[in-house]
Ligand binder design. Structure first.
Ligand SMILES: Cc1ncc(COP(=O)(O)O)c(C=O)c1O
Length: 370
């Protein structure tokens, strides 16, 4: 019997090499570390909706609280029905996820194995390399152009072993965005046996005039997965609910690896209510646009370079991201360093409420050592 190897050592090498996902620092954690009152801390670190949940959603959740003993509907009939009506797709073309992160993982689980490749852009959402590595597949990172995706280079990077291409539109953390014509030309150029995951987690923050309505493309491109979430503009990050829209044959495959009951009953109820509350999303978009302008003007006043963003966050060049991040923590402001994205000079700041944005801008000069 081998008494020296531990069970942990026997995990596949590609799993042991994974650098775990680092989430935005929770408010309570910083409060404990610094002995601060949690209510004084401002968190602009996880691209959450700062407005608080819609009252319509809160009421729906309260009504659902009387039914805790039953499992949720594993097939999410009512939520799929609501999404299908909204986007004029068939419920069989929808896969529900525990957040859209789940969709990214499930598609990777269904299509990647050791020896396969997945293509994604430099500075793209970190879950693409993580999900790829977790399947023992090889990630092909394509150099960014102007901090965004270079779709031509991504097309050229596809190999005979490529099973998935991930495209974030808008991208986190850079905020870059590609217009509908560029995405559609890319879809037309990708071989039909390569799955394209078009990650639209921030879709609802786009100016409606910029929205490609990408779900309509699944009829033309049976290899397309459009992933969306209720975590951002719908304000339901705590509940973990997202979805993928794709050709029914693709959805059937992805559903085979989906754990039973992966979207809990509260999440389903809340998502249905949130989808119907269009006013909340419109107000969130307006609040985000105003906050974005405030942050851009504040960074300009400090002479800080920033990137144009189509999400609910903005990247700002502070010279030494980790030092300024630490200094801001001491001032009770949590933002996100992005050195793990190969961007050590930058910070990603989520657009907050007016008083939260003001706190950040007021704290920045000292945090920059000025
Ligand atoms: C680009 C992108 N995709 C997907 C997600 C996953 O979000 P969720 O699992 O909350 O839907 C995020 C979260 O930050 C994101 O930035």
């Amino acid at each position: 019997m081998n008494t020296t190897a531990s069970a942990a050592d026997l995990a596949p090498e590609y799993i042991r090499r994974i650098a775990p996902y680092v989430a935005g620092k929770p408010i309570d954690e910083l409060a404990r570390e610094l002995g601060l009152d949690a209510s004084t801390i401002v968190k602009l670190a996880s691209n959450e909706n700062p407005r608080g949940a819609s009252p319509v959603v809160v009421a729906a959740l309260a009504a659902a609280a009387s039914e805790l003993t039953r499992y949720p509907d594993s097939n999410g009939f009512a939520l799929k029905d609501a999404i299908a009506r909204r986007y004029a797709v068939d419920p069989r073309e929808i896969v529900l996820g525990n957040g859209s992160n789940d969709i990214l993982e499930l598609v990777s689980l269904a299509f990647l194995k050791p020896g396969d490749d997945a293509v994604y852009a430099q500075h793209a959402f970190v879950v693409y390399p993580l999900a790829t590595q977790a399947r023992g597949a090889r990630g092909i990172e394509v150099p960014a152009r102007d901090f965004g995706h270079d779709l031509r280079a991504m097309r050229a990077a596809i190999t005979a072993q490529t099973r998935i291409v991930f495209v974030a539109n808008p991208n986190n953390p850079t905020g870059s965005w590609l217009p509908p014509a560029a995405i559609e030309a890319f879809l037309a150029s990708v071989p039909a046996d390569v799955v394209v995951v078009l990650d639209e987690a921030y879709n609802e923050y786009l100016d409606p005039a910029d929205d490609a309505n990408a779900t309509r493309w699944i009829a033309t491109y049976p290899n397309l997965v459009v992933s969306r979430t209720f975590s951002k503009a719908y304000g339901l990050a705590a509940l973990r609910v997202g979805y993928g829209v794709m050709n029914a044959a693709l959805a059937d495959i992805v559903n085979r690896v989906r754990p039973p009951f992966n979207v809990n009953a509260f999440a389903q109820v809340a998502a249905i209510a949130a989808l119907a509350d269009t006013g909340y999303v419109v107000a969130s978009r307006a609040q985000n646009r105003d906050g974005m302008r405030t942050l851009e003007a504040g960074f300009d006043a400090l002479g800080l370079r920033h990137l144009p963003s189509h999400g609910n966050f903005i990247m700002v060049d502070v010279g030494d991201g980790m030092t300024v991040f630490q200094n801001l923590l001491r001032a009770g402001v949590i933002v996100r360093p992005v050195a793990n994205y190969g961007l050590p000079a930058w910070l990603r700041v989520t657009v907050g409420l007016a008083h939260e944005n003001a706190r950040l801008l007021a704290a920045l000069p000292a945090a920059l050592g000025r």
